[in-house]
Write a protein that binds this ligand. Structure first.
Ligand code: KIV
Length: 285
């Protein structure tokens, strides 16, 4: 199985082959997504919402990211593994270099993703110059949720759309190998996709991006708390789990499970020996 690299992604864009990307935060999910053939696996800081139970991504730390990146990268044979730089972990050039270095060295990722447009361009260049491939992320950037005042579609005025288009071009010049476009009008995403040579990966950005990303737990229907318009649910795994756990509870309570089939045998001669020893112990009492 050939490992996917950032170079393959340029080729995919050039040849018009769509790029698939999903999030993973643990080893077993990484094994499944990789075997299923997903091109990019993102250890997203959405970890905060979907795994750690925070209300947004702000509390996620570098230690959280390193631990989950390492678990995911241990399960990957083919996909490109990208790790999110969490809130404030790239606020200064020194922090960015140290923390991207941790994600690559300790977390085993092959690229990092950071949020922002022109304001992070010099950080992107610094990381790329130091050998770390960087994925950009513009539009609705969840780490700026307090600045946006909520999860709102971005780039809906001509002025805001123009700024996004410029940001994408600036990020490309700074050296990103790809850009996530989150929650922006599809026409703006189409203009960006056509105006830069690196692949765009959309999430709530319509059909004209070079690829698509979703939070895996959203598309599997793992929890029902949050379902943005752009999420297509491909199954309702929550229902499967509920049914299975309900059955388990009822079988344990009624004695249907576990049966001998799920138990270990004591070899016959050892059982006889044990009976003799217990009998002699009893006799001595
Ligand atoms: O953290 C994340 O999962 C992300 C994707 C939604 C792009 O950044």
């Amino acid at each position: 199985m050939t490992k996917l690299t950032v170079i393959d992604l340029y080729l995919m864009k050039k040849e018009g082959r769509k790029i698939t990307m999903l999030t993973a935060y643990d080893y077993p999910t990484a094994l499944i997504l990789d075997e299923a053939g997903v091109d990019i696996i993102l250890v997203g800081d959405s970890l905060g919402n979907v795994i750690l139970g925070y209300k947004n991504t702000i509390p996620v730390t570098m230690d959280d990211m390193v631990r989950h990146c390492a678990a995911v990268s241990r399960g990957i044979k083919r996909a490109l593994v990208v790790g999110d730089m969490p809130f404030m972990s790239y606020a200064t050039p020194e922090l960015a270099v140290r923390n991207a270095g941790r994600l690559v060295q300790e977390g085993g990722v092959e690229a990092v993703k950071l949020e922002g447009g022109r304001e992070v361009a010099s950080t992107v260049k610094l990381l790329v110059d130091n050998g770390v491939p960087v994925m950009g992320h513009i539009g609705l950037t969840p780490q700026s949720i307090y600045k946006f005042g909520g999860y709102k579609v971005q780039g809906r005025t001509a002025k805001a759309a123009k700024k996004l288009i410029e940001d994408a071009e600036i990020l490309e010049k700074a050296g990103v190998f790809s850009i996530v476009l989150e929650c922006i009008p599809w026409k703006v995403a189409k203009i960006i996709t056509e105006s830069i040579s690196v692949p765009t990966i959309g999430i709530g950005a319509g059909a004209y991006c070079d690829g698509q990303v979703l939070v895996t737990y959203d598309m599997l229907g793992f929890f029902e708390g949050f379902k943005p318009k752009f999420v297509k649910q491909y199954c309702n795994i929550r229902k499967f789990i509920m049914d299975a756990v309900g059955k388990y509870i009822s079988e344990v309570r009624s004695g249907i499970y576990p049966t001998v089939e799920y138990s270990y045998e004591l070899p016959e001669e050892e059982e006889e020996k044990l009976s003799r020893e217990l009998a002699s112990l009893k006799a001595k009492k």
